[in-house]
Structures are given as structure tokens and as C-alpha cells.
Design a protein around this ligand. Structure first.
Ligand SMILES: [Fe+2]
Ligand SMILES: [Fe+2]
Length: 330
């Protein structure tokens, strides 16, 4: 996922930085060059990226929870194997992204502490419940589909380690989207009860997914600097439009209807016109008042505590290997 919706507010890009270094930095970005960990960078650029990459990593890790709940209830062995692989991929995405953020001088322990204390944000979408098996289809098709729209441009992000991590992440997201769509297709070609399950999942997930792209650009005042730094390449509304244009024909193919009475194709522009999401709901979910926020964090905190012995053992082993060898026979 899963970053755009949280709309990073760039830190003050000015400061005591050397003007010449700043000019060279911007010239490199303008020429589509990459900024690497040891290169000079403005403090605001570094902080903005730490916040964005950490939020992205948290979203991948918390994003394992709604689907993780269904691994033991998958209807067939094949579905179980596919879902297991998908959820493991998301854990891997979190790990690459924590590593990418660490290259900017923040520790993984610090980032995880911020997630568990509730200080750091993650994508609003993962605070909604997965109520039926059809939700596994809707999440893959729509949530991962929206994530791809956000993440493809990040493969060209100016910060090298983030951009490179996104190349592999995007390949895996494409598999996630397809497995979700295939679940929906199977349900839609099944009994009417199965098709109803698919329609019900679409009804519940559509608006939260449309909101994943974040507030409208009309209300967003923070994107300009991130565009100049090439951390962000498209506005929230542009990405939302791309997603809707790509997804409506897929829903038609499935024979499902999108729960938006305002949705219609504008023949002049070739784009779909769509209704206004409930932004109050979005703000409440981001503030921690969504249907599952407390539960998601409680599960993460418990997992962190349950894993403490593994971290302690790994640390003890690393210390032992680092310690000078003593008592060796001559
Ligand atoms: Fe992912
Ligand atoms: Fe994914």
C-alpha cells in the first residue's frame, strides 16, 4: 500500500543548508538522477522520506492482519497456499521498507515503537474488518489494485533505496491483485449465493478503497514540495481517477455493480465521473476511530511481545559471535 492516502507534509526544506549543495541536489533530481544514502540531502527531504517509508512499512505489516485471519478458513488447499504466500509477501514488503528507511538514519526499533505506541500512522484501509471469504477477493482485487496505482510511480522515486525496493514489491502486488480478482471471478460464476457474497464485499470495500488515495488535491496543500523532490509524481485525484477508470470495466466483466449512484462514463474525457467519498469517515479512521484500529494495534503489540524471546536470542547470538574468542587451545 499504501502511502499516498496519508499525504506527507514536507518538513521545512530551508535551513542552514549549503546553497550550492542544495542546488546540486535539486539539479540531480531534475535530471532524473537518484539520491543515495550517503549523498547530501536537505533535512526536510530526509525526514519526509523517513515518515513516508515508515508509514508504508507499517501499512504492509498491519495489512497482513485482515487476510491473516482467513488463512485457516480458506475453502480449499489451493486457496490456502495462495493466500499464505500473499500474506507472507506483505510481511516481506514491510521488511524491505524498514531496511530502506534505516538507510536514512532511523532504527527499525524506533519505527516499530512508533507504530505500537499509536504515534505512527498506517493506511486507513486496514482498519476495516474482513467479514467473509469474498473479502479476500475484494481486498486483493481492490486494495492491492489501488496499492499498485500508488506504488508504480514510486519505482521512479528520487530516493534510490526506496525506488529499488518498489520494483520487486510492485511485481508481487500484481500477483496479489490477480489472485483477488480470480477469487471474485470464481464467486461470480458460482451460485447466486456466492455472487451475492462477492457483491456484498464490493459494497463494503469500494468507498474505503476510493479513500485510500487520500483527500482531494483541492484540500491538500502539502504536495508541491514532494512533487519537486520527486517523492510524489501524481496527485491524489489523478491516481484515484486512474484506479476508477481501470476498475469499473473489471466490475462490469464480473457482472457486479459499483455502489456509487454518481458513477458514469464521461464520453468527452473518457474518464469516469464518481461521487464524493465520506471524508469525515476517513478522518475518523485516520484518527484511530475506525472499526478495527484498536484491535489491529492490540494484535501487533501482542505479536511483538510474543516475539521478544526470538529477538533476545538473536541478539545474544550476535553478541557471542562478536565477542573476542577466549580460552582457545594453543
Ligand atoms: Fe504489499
Ligand atoms: Fe499486496
Amino acid at each position: 500500500m499504501y502511502t499516498q492516502g496519508l499525504d506527507q507534509q514536507p518538513d521545512d526544506p530551508s535551513g542552514p543548508a549549503d546553497d550550492e549543495l542544495a542546488e546540486r541536489f535539486q539539479a540531480r533530481i531534475d535530471a532524473e538522477g537518484r539520491i543515495e544514502p550517503k549523498d547530501w540531502m536537505p533535512e526536510g527531504y530526509r525526514r519526509t522520506l523517513i515518515r513516508q517509508i515508515a508509514q508504508h512499512a507499517h501499512s504492509e505489516v498491519v495489512g497482513m492482519l485482515p487476510e491473516g485471519n482467513w488463512i485457516t478458513r480458506a475453502p480449499t488447499l489451493r486457496r490456502k497456499a495462495v493466500l499464505l504466500a500473499k500474506v507472507q509477501d506483505e510481511g516481506g514488503h514491510g521488511m524491505y521498507l524498514y531496511s530502506a528507511a534505516e538507510t536514512l538514519g532511523v532504527s527499525r526499533a524506533e519505527m516499530i515503537e512508533q507504530l505500537l505506541s499509536g504515534k505512527a500512522k498506517y493506511s486507513s484501509i486496514f482498519n476495516y474488518p474482513a467479514l467473509t471469504w469474498a473479502d479476500m477477493g475484494a481486498i486483493g482485487w481492490l486494495v492491492d489494485g489501488a496499492a499498485i496505482m500508488n506504488q508504480i510511480p514510486l519505482c521512479r522515486c528520487s530516493y534510490g533505496p526506496y525506488a529499488r525496493a518498489m520494483v520487486r514489491v510492485c511485481k508481487e502486488e500484481s500477483f496479489h491483485q490477480r489472485q483477488g480478482f480470480e477469487i471474485m471471478l470464481t464467486l461470480c460464476r458460482g451460485t447466486s449465493a456466492q455472487k451475492n457474497l462477492a457483491q456484498d464485499a464490493l459494497n463494503r470495500w469500494w468507498w474505503p478503497v476510493v479513500m485510500m488515495f487520500g483527500p482531494s488535491d483541492r484540500d491538500s496543500i502539502h504536495s508541491d514540495q514532494n512533487m519537486r523532490w520527486k517523492i510524489k509524481r501524481f496527485s491524489n485525484d489523478e491516481l484515484r481517477q486512474k484506479f476508477i477508470d481501470a476498475t469499473v470495466p473489471q466490475a462490469e466483466f464480473l457482472g457486479l455493480s459499483i455502489p456509487d449512484p454518481a458513477l458514469r462514463l464521461d464520453p468527452a474525457s473518457g474518464h469516469y465521473h464518481y461521487g464524493e467519498p465520506d471524508w469525515n469517515e476517513f478522518r475518523e479512521v485516520i484518527k484511530g476511530n475506525g472499526p478495527c484500529n484498536r484491535d489491529r494495534l492490540a494484535v501487533r503489540r501482542k505479536a511483538h511481545e510474543d516475539g521478544r524471546w526470538v529477538r533476545d536470542a538473536a541478539q545474544a547470538y550476535a553478541n557471542k559471535r562478536r565477542a573476542p574468542a577466549t580460552g582457545q587451545a594453543a
